[in-house]
Design a protein around this ligand. Structure first.
Ligand code: GLU
Length: 474
């Protein structure tokens, strides 16, 4: 059975790259009917925070990512890592290094002055057992370094194919720091091996680590998993996507009113395609088709406009109840409580309003702003709309009388009535249409007028016409 994992460090929000990596691991495990686990890589005690951990968990849930095991916390596993590190020392595959940070810094600076590449010179590899014993007794601080054997490693990346690296390019890296905390490369190998991970899917920036990790797997007597390194996500300027390019965390997109399903759909296509031109895909479609081997090698460019377009497609085409659920959970998340009770009072009216306005909205923020006009009677009236009202006040009074007497309230009767009135008076229909729209919505433009009036219903329509007419009674 295959098993994948996502292993975030809780040092910030979920950025776009992490979200995509998590999704690909999740999809792959589901496609192969395997397992997917969540591991929190919190070995960096200073940078890891509770707030970040909570936002990662909450963010994954929002994206619809479900893990079968975990979360596991590396900070609770130091005892396990220690056992394996000690084993490597016993087997002469790792050694204690007592070199001071000052010495290492000086060596590095000297090499850089002379234009030489520098890696650890293995000074402490030559310490005798007695010397080591003495230093340990004296309480001298030390780190544990992994001994890199001579040779070359090669592995077959599921996305990039065969990659090789000479060991002479790798230094004897630290696996345990002097405070007895463990470094990423070591803890990740022990965990992936003990947790039975079969496929490691992560960002391309980890390829160099992969070689170190493969050497550790071998030294520890474990079988390495298969590796797949996902291409980078770039900004429009072709530089690695970062805060400089605007919103880079999924929380920000959530705040901006992006629907999680649209974000998932968009991120999935950022580096992978189903092999045809399909663009709108739901979770079930993606899981059925996802294969990590079809991930593209080339870097992907994050295109915010495309994401917004996709979001607008979801808003337009989603089942109305599902859309309403999205809006409601967004409202709750944003804490706009006043709106909730109004919606709850008449859910059917809310559905009709959404149906009316969804084609013109790009985000949930747009949708809510427009919905507000239909839900509350104290909607503002824009300046441009006010002009129509001022010049059309007499027409508003006339149409109000006609609509008050109208019995069948649907768009065709509403239109007939307005056109009949304008014909009787020998005036263009626009002289009624523009002020009515302005009066009922406070806006100059919007959905087709008779659709608006039908959705508002008779009581609201008359009330709204009265409200603006009354503004002109001195
Ligand atoms: N904590 C590492 C990161 O966030 C995990 C890398 C990996 O998947 O091995 O980059």
């Amino acid at each position: 059975m295959i098993k994948t994992r996502i292993a975030p460090s809780p040092t910030g929000a979920i950025h776009i790259g992490l979200a995509r990596t998590a999704l690909y691991n999740f999809f792959y495990s589901r496609n192969k009917k395997g397992k997917f686990l969540l591991r929190i890589e919190d070995t960096d005690r200073e940078r890891s925070t509770e707030a970040s951990l909570n936002s990662i968990i909450e963010g994954f849930k929002w994206l619809g990512i479900e893990w079968d095991e975990g979360p596991f916390f590396q900070s609770q596993r130091f005892g396990i890592y220690k056992r394996f590190a000690d084993k490597l020392i016993e087997e002469n595959k790792a050694y204690r290094c007592f070199c001071s940070t000052d010495r290492l810094r000086n060596e590095r600076e000297q090499a850089s002055k002379e234009g030489r590449a520098w890696k650890y010179d293995r000074l402490c590899l030559n310490l005798t057992d007695d010397e080591i014993e003495r230093k340990l007794k004296a309480g001298d601080p030390y780190v544990i370094r992994f001994f890199i054997p001579n040779g070359e490693s090669v592995y077959n990346d599921l996305i990039h194919g065969e990659i090789r690296k000479k060991h002479s390019d790798i230094e004897d890296f630290v696996i345990m720091r002097s405070d007895e905390s463990f470094t990423y490369n070591f803890s990740v190998v022990v965990d992936d091996a003990l947790m039975g991970i079969t496929h490691v899917i992560r960002g391309v920036e980890h390829i160099n680590n992969t070689f170190k990790q493969i050497l550790l797997y071998k030294a520890l007597g474990f079988n390495p998993p298969l590796f797949a390194h996902l291409p980078l996500i770039l900004g429009p300027d072709k530089k690695k996507l970062s805060k400089r390019h605007g919103a880079s965390s999924i929380d920000e997109y959530r705040q901006d009113g992006i629907i999680s399903k649209a974000l998932v759909n968009y991120l999935t296509l950022l580096g992978w395609s189903p092999g045809d031109n399909r663009e709108i895909m739901d979770l079930a479609d993606i899981i059925a088709l996802f294969d990590v081997k079809r991930v593209k090698k080339s870097n992907a460019v994050f295109d915010k406009d495309k994401l917004l377009w996709m979001n607008s497609m979801y808003i337009k085409e989603m089942d109305i109840e599902a859309l309403s659920d999205e809006v409601l959970s967004f409202i709750k998340h944003q804490g706009i409580n006043g709106m909730l009770s109004v919606i709850d009072k008449d859910r059917d009216y809310f559905y009709r309003v959404l149906e009316l306005i969804r084609d013109r909205a790009t985000t949930l923020v747009d949708l809510i702003e427009t919905a507000r006009i239909y839900l509350f009677e104290d909607y503002d009236i824009e300046k441009k709309a006010m002009k129509y009202i001022k010049t059309g006040i007499e027409h508003l009074k006339l149409i109000k009388q006609r609509y008050e007497a109208l019995e069948v309230w649907d768009k065709s009767h509403l239109e007939e009535e307005l056109r009949a009135l304008s014909e009787e008076r020998g005036e263009k229909a626009g002289l009624f249409i523009h002020p009515v729209r302005a009066a009922l919505t406070g806006r100059k433009v919007g959905p087709p007028l008779f659709d608006i009036i039908e959705v508002l219903g008779k009581i609201r329509t008359i009330k709204r016409l009265d409200r603006v007419i009354n503004m002109y009674i001195i």
